[in-house]
Design a protein around this ligand. Structure first.
Ligand code: G6P
Length: 366
């Protein structure tokens, strides 16, 4: 009903706007400046012997896992693999008691994710669940549980659950880092401070709403849209592309910038729309060259950038800026305009945004 939508036209838009609060709720009680990260029911030393992590999930949660891999590896030095649950369970992964298998599931009921969790337990691994639903199957079966506090997510396309999964993974990465002496304390403190600023920064990123609507009205007639990014931007490109295809039915593919030359550039023609994510100062030069390569072939570029890059956006048709943060946290702000863009494209096409065809909120059969 309209009332439940709190004045918004759709649950998806309402949930996008709830993200600052959802982040705040997920950080609350877990992250504080100058204090150690505390995780529910995990005692000091419980994860001390973990030498390897597998993150296993489906759909949007898998995309969150890809960001988690980089965060955990960079901050704690523990190697991380990320698997699609339906692949993991049938590929005989090498698992032992010092392996932590982390499942990420908004609903906590996805059949393949639950099966992956059970497989990990059979192998004697420690298991950790990130879920949004208290009492869900994964929360009951995993050794450790981290609840995201996104609140109920009704729209099939996940937004606030994804963003809180990212927050959960950053908190976990900081937790893994704090006693391992892999990253210096100052860097870790810095990331903590920046994490605490994310609710405000995401609120600011929501101001791209009107601009994304304008852009959506121009690109909604396309039949193919490409997303491009390097590093964490590539993981966000995957999520942006999924969001677009789920609710607007436009064919869309994400590519890593460096892979362009190995195939996808053959598809670029005059007028092809490319959404380019360019949030990382260290990778910016490389990404700028990738953008030039597609511009030369006639692509129209929508570029997503942090607001502290100078002389940005050369050759771009549309520029979307989001608040700058630590490079590792950039997915949190960068995904917001991509969510809004997908929403507005779907609206412009007259699609059923909250209940896209053929999709279910939670896939409880294999
Ligand atoms: C379905 C939903 C997606 C979701 C995926 C995993 O495909 O439509 O939005 O990302 O399942 O769901 P989970 O509840 O395990 O996160």
């Amino acid at each position: 009903t309209a009332a439940q939508k709190g004045g918004f036209d759709h649950f998806m838009l309402k949930e996008i706007y709830e993200q600052p609060q959802a982040i705040k709720n997920t950080l609350n009680g877990r992250v504080a400046k100058g204090e150690k990260i505390v995780l529910d029911k995990i005692a000091d030393g419980d994860l001390k012997d973990i030498s390897r992590v597998f993150i296993v999930a489906c759909g949007t949660a898998y995309h969150a896992g890809l960001v988690g891999k980089t965060a955990i590896e960079r901050l704690s030095g523990v190697p991380v693999d990320v698997d699609i649950a339906s692949e993991f369970r049938y590929r005989n992964p090498i698992l032992d008691k010092n392996t932590l298998v982390m499942v990420i599931s908004q609903s906590g009921e996805t059949a393949d994710t639950l099966a992956a969790l059970r497989l990990a337990k059979q192998h004697g691994c420690k298991t950790f669940a990130i879920t949004n639903v208290v009492g869900s199957s994964v929360s009951r079966e995993a050794d450790f549980v981290f609840y995201t506090y996104a609140g109920p997510e009704i729209a099939v396309a996940s937004t606030k659950a994804y963003i809180t999964q990212l927050i959960a993974l950053y908190i976990f990465a900081l937790y893994m880092a704090q006693d391992r002496n892999y990253t210096d304390k100052e860097t870790l403190e810095n990331i903590k401070s920046e994490l605490l600023l994310l609710p405000e920064k995401v609120k600011k990123a929501l101001e791209t709403d009107a601009l994304t609507k304008e852009i959506a009205e121009k690109i909604c007639v396309e039949t193919d849209i490409f997303y491009l990014g390097r590093g964490l931007d590539y993981a966000v490109a995957m999520e942006g592309s999924l969001k677009l295809k789920e609710i607007s039915y436009i064919h869309s593919e994400p590519y890593a910038g460096g892979e362009l030359k190995h195939g996808p550039i053959a598809l670029i023609e005059k007028g092809t729309v490319v959404i380019a994510l360019n949030t990382n100062a260290e990778l910016r030069g490389k990404m700028d060259s990738n953008i030039k390569e597609v511009v030369t072939r006639g692509a129209r570029i929508v570029e997503i950038l942090p607001d502290n890059f100078e002389n940005a956006g050369e050759g771009c048709d549309e520029l979307i800026t989001v608040p700058a943060t630590e490079a590792i946290l950039a997915p949190v702000t960068a995904v917001v305009p991509l969510q809004l863009l997908s929403y507005h494209v779907a609206i412009a096409k007259g699609c059923n945004v909250d209940k896209p065809r053929n999709l279910a909120k939670s896939v409880t059969v294999e």
